[in-house]
Every structure is written in structure tokens, then in C-alpha cells.
Design a protein around this ligand. Structure first.
Ligand code: ATP
Length: 358
């Protein structure tokens, strides 16, 4: 294991910002630490960088405890959301700065600066000042500076958050390429599930200071362990129901009985469950149409035309909405509809414990 975080906790006064967090990153892996704003991601990454001394727990690099080691002696580089380039220095001098501090000899330093500016496609901007660069170029200059000393671990703390969507996607691809080419072990921190899923080999999902899910992006999306992970990686598309029968799974919602044919659930009769369906698995039909898939009745509350699809919000109960992604023929607001889904696309969770029901 290149980087191991073991039982990390951190308090700010009375607030437990990070609560018993453990995970590891193998050499060459790109792991995304993802979760909503305020869940403790920055505190974890700052603990790894050495800028925060955790209240409890241990951080190991190559198996060696570095929890008390000063930031500059850890072999860890960090890129922040905000630019930290020195405005009075050229791009080349900024990249060289960290190498000077480490006592790299001039000839070697020049070679490393050229190599890393080329890596991030900024070789023609070596003499430019940071203020002369575009937002995307500044990010790439930061990456070159972070990578030049060949860190054991690269930490990227929300590096794309301040960029517009087009630039964000382009830079995301650049980061993936650079990480592939250098093989640098990387922890990418973001609140954006799309950036995380697009980039990472593995995700570590945090909420309220704790890890609430981990795994390959596709696996976590297809089999979310909790409603929070299902909603965070997809959309908050949940409804509650009471189990009438476990095989085939049959649930009741108000006066509606829904049989999920072909699905058998390990759940006791009369228990209340939380159900989740990703929006792309839902289809909206006229209420009176006969469907083979299970469906729930509702009324169209909103239709958003987002260009490549329509997001149709259907109110299925008081305070319960489902969003269906539909590529054509959207219904109209106030239409009575049925929201249908293939039974095997329903994710079922124990309502009290929030755990996935097999
Ligand atoms: P964001 O993306 O908004 O920065 P985050 O997931 O990175 O969020 P942290 O910045 O680690 O989360 O914050 C976790 C919790 O700790 C939050 O409730 C935050 O208000 C609190 N916190 C963070 N830094 C400090 C600090 N220096 N002093 C007091 N409380 C803090």
C-alpha cells in the first residue's frame, strides 16, 4: 500500500469533522474522495499533506508512519482549488521553485522544468507570468509544479471546482492522461460525483465525517450500499413502501399495490423499505397504459428540457418526487402518469438501518 489512512479522526473544538476514517491507495492508483460540502474531505487531505495534525489516527506512506512528519518532508504534493502560483515569477520559475527548495542541481532542475511543462502542454508558456495564463493553463502550471519533484503521492483538492463546465471536462481528461503517463499515486478530492466517477479507479464516499461507501465507480453506482450513496452518485430518487410479500416482491404505497415481478427480496412482511431507482431507469407513460414493468402512479410536477433529454419530475406522494430522464415525447405538467421501471433496477434498503437489502 502506497498510502494508508488508519482510523483518522479530527475535531475542531466540539465538532467531530472526521470520524474514524480508514482507507488506502495502491501505487499508481487514482482514488477519488468524494462527498458533499462540509463532510470532512479537506480535513482528511490536509492531514495527509501534513497541514492538519489529526486528533487521532495514523497516516503511513510506504508503510512508514508520517503522522508527525513536517509537510515538506513527506514526499506529498498538493494542488488546491485556488491558485497558489507566485505572480511575480514566470511559469518556469514557479515550477522550478519547489525543486530549488529541495536542493536539486541547476542542470537537473532545468531538465525537470522542461519535462513537466511539456507534460502539461505549457512548454510555450515558460516565460509567461501566471496572470497572463487562462484559468485552465494556470491549473496545468500548478500540476507541473506539483509533479516536478516526483512526489510519492499527489493530492488534488477540488482542482476543477472553479472552472466552467467545458473547461472542467477538458481538464479532467488532461488529469487522467497525465496521471496515466506519470503513474503517480493520486488522491482526487471533490464534491462533484461526475468528476469523481469520470476520473477515479476507486471511490471513497464520505458523509458527515464518515466513510459511507467505497468501490469501483460503476459497482457503487449499480449496487449502492445505502440510499445516500445511491442519491449522491445519481439523484435523490427514493420512495418509501411497505412490504406485503417478499417473493415476488410486492409493496404497498397508500392505496397502490406494486408487484415487482421476478424480484425476490430478503425482507420481512410489513417492514418499511426505502426504494431507489436511477432516473435513466424510469420511464413515464400515460396513467391508463398497460405496462409489463412495475409502475407507480403520479402527477407530472415539472418538465425540464436540458437539451439532450427531458428531466420529468413526477409527484408520487406528499413530499415524494421521482425524476425520470426521457429522450423524447415528454408529458405535460399536471398529466396523470405511471412511472415504470424494470424490477431488477430497483434498489431496496432497510428503512431503519439504511442498509441495502439483498
Ligand atoms: P468543503 O468542500 O466545503 O470544504 P469538506 O468536505 O472539505 O467541505 P471540511 O472542510 O473538512 O469538509 O470541513 C468539515 C467540517 O469541519 C465542516 O463542518 C467545517 O465547518 C468544519 N471545519 C473545517 N475547518 C475548520 C476550522 N479550521 N475550524 C473549525 N471548523 C472547521
Amino acid at each position: 500500500m502506497r498510502l494508508a489512512i488508519d482510523a483518522l479522526s479530527h475535531r475542531y473544538g466540539d465538532e467531530l469533522a472526521v470520524d474514524d476514517v480508514s482507507f488506502g491507495i495502491e501505487a499508481g492508483e487514482l482514488v477519488a474522495l468524494v462527498g458533499p460540502s462540509g463532510c470532512g474531505k479537506t480535513t482528511v487531505v490536509q492531514s495527509i499533506a501534513g497541514h492538519v495534525r489529526p486528533t487521532a489516527g495514523r497516516i503511513a506512506l510506504h508503510g512508514e508512519d508520517v503522522t508527525g512528519v513536517p509537510p515538506e518532508d513527506r514526499g506529498v504534493s498538493i494542488v488546491f482549488q485556488r491558485s497558489t502560483l507566485y505572480p511575480h515569477m514566470t511559469v518556469g520559475e514557479n515550477v522550478a521553485y519547489g525543486l530549488d527548495a529541495r536542493g536539486v542541481a541547476p542542470a537537473r532542475r532545468e531538465a525537470l522544468v522542461s519535462k513537466h511543462l511539456e507534460l502539461v502542454a505549457l512548454d510555450d508558456q515558460r516565460e509567461a507570468r501566471p496572470t497572463e495564463l487562462s484559468g485552465g493553463q494556470r491549473r496545468r502550471a500548478e500540476l507541473a509544479r506539483a509533479l516536478a519533484p516526483s512526489p510519492d503521492v499527489l493530492l488534488l483538492d477540488e482542482p476543477l471546482s472553479a472552472l466552467d463546465r467545458t473547461l472542467r471536462i477538458r481538464l479532467r481528461e488532461e488529469i487522467a492522461r497525465i496521471q496515466r503517463e506519470t503513474g503517480v499515486t493520486t488522491l482526487f478530492v471533490t464534491h462533484d460525483q461526475e468528476d469523481a466517477m469520470a476520473l477515479a479507479d476507486r471511490l471513497v464516499v464520505m458523509n458527515e465525517g464518515r466513510i459511507v461507501g467505497r468501490g469501483r465507480p460503476r459497482d457503487l453506482y449499480e449496487s449502492p450500499p445505502t440510499p445516500f450513496v445511491a442519491s449522491f452518485l445519481g439523484r435523490a430518487n427514493t420512495f418509501s413502501a411497505t412490504v406485503l410479500k417478499s417473493n415476488p416482491l410486492t409493496v404497498r404505497r397508500g392505496d397502490e399495490t406494486v408487484e415487482i415481478r421476478g424480484v425476490k427480496a430478503d425482507v420481512s412482511d410489513d417492514s418499511t423499505v426505502t426504494c431507489h431507482v436511477h432516473p435513466e431507469d424510469l420511464s413515464v407513460r400515460p396513467a391508463e397504459s398497460r405496462a409489463t414493468n412495475p409502475s407507480i402512479r403520479g402527477t407530472v410536477a415539472h418538465v425540464a428540457d436540458v437539451g439532450r433529454r427531458y428531466d420529468v419530475t413526477v409527484r408520487i406522494g406528499s413530499g415524494e418526487d421521482l425524476v425520470a430522464e426521457q429522450v423524447s415525447s415528454p408529458p405535460a405538467v399536471d398529466d396523470d402518469v405511471a412511472v415504470a421501471f424494470p424490477g431488477d433496477r430497483l434498489h431496496l434498503f432497510d428503512r431503519d438501518e439504511g442498509r441495502r437489502v439483498p
